[in-house]
Design a protein around this ligand. Sequence first.
Ligand SMILES: [Zn+2]
Ligand SMILES: [Zn+2]
Length: 377
Amino acid sequence: MTEFKEIAHSGGKITFSITTDIEGNRSYQIGIRTSRPVPMAMIAVYALPQGVPVGSINMGGIGTPWNPPPFPGCYPVMIQSDSEGKFGHNCPSCDGYWRSGPWPNFCPYCAFRAEGYQFLSKAQLRFVRHYCDVLTQANEGDDGDVVIDMDAVADAVDQEREKPAFYVSEQSQQCKYNCAACEEFNDILGRFGYCSLCGTRNDLADFEVVTVPSIRERLKAGAVPQDCVRDAVASYDSFVAQYAKQFATLVPLTDARVNRLTRQRFHDLTDARTIFKNWFDIDLCAGMQNAECRDVELMFHRRHVYEHNGGEVDQKYLDDSGDTTVKLKQAIRESQETAHALLGSLIKMAKNLHKGFHVLFPPVEAPIHAFEEKKKL
Ligand SMILES: [Zn+2]
Ligand SMILES: [Zn+2]
């Protein structure tokens, strides 16, 4: 997995063929030829002749007419993908950069929602301006062909010499994944974010598919169960903190509540349950029996002993947990079974939080539905 690597444009040649009919009316045709053995996808936007994108073009299939431009006099601008068949995007709200398919609905970082054409990357915006300038000049010149050489742009990657003025390339980010809900490819900075197509957060899939199985593997391989319990609770705490941070950003809250959500931990189950239930109507332990909730609560208190006291019971543990089966200074241990059971409970709680979050911030259903239908085939 390469991070922050420059990804070349998919290349090709864009030709504007300008003609004048016998009545003196000028018109142009756009032709695109590509010859590189790389994945290439193409989208189109309407842009003002000054080079400002103002609408997405739904190119549909052959024979399907395009949607009309939002204003008369717009140029249709064809935009090709990078050489991996993906598109770079910039968020107009937070300026975050990522790569994904052609038409995102959300910024993965700040959840800003907009039309696909509003998320063009800075490199694409430069290209749109160049494209419009060339087309305007071609329209004012003689009949014939005017070419934008994107092969020269693609070739300029990794080369020292001066790049073309309308140079376009994208950059790989850190976490490349396909959304568990809609299958969209996302390549984002960091590890966690919203799917740029459907808006589903990827934290749950990461927790269920990566974090918990890796701890289970360690247990099976003979790792100390106390260490695994400590790490499991820490991972769960980080998971909750991601959603808490989103709530703190997206929901109007008092400073005290923002501080609670962003600066403190979620190890105290009773406290965490109260917060999410009272502030956001989310029951972290929905569908769990009381006995299971008590087990989780006890394990969270035990984490403190493993984390801070080398496994020896301290007074804080006795006071907080009310555990009367052990005495001060006694060393406590976990079994593989209690550690596995805890991991199972943590997944249930993670799912409850994720589900409750997306009740308040609903994803776009269409791509999720399409993926469900595809899975049935
Ligand atoms: Zn953003
Ligand atoms: Zn998605």
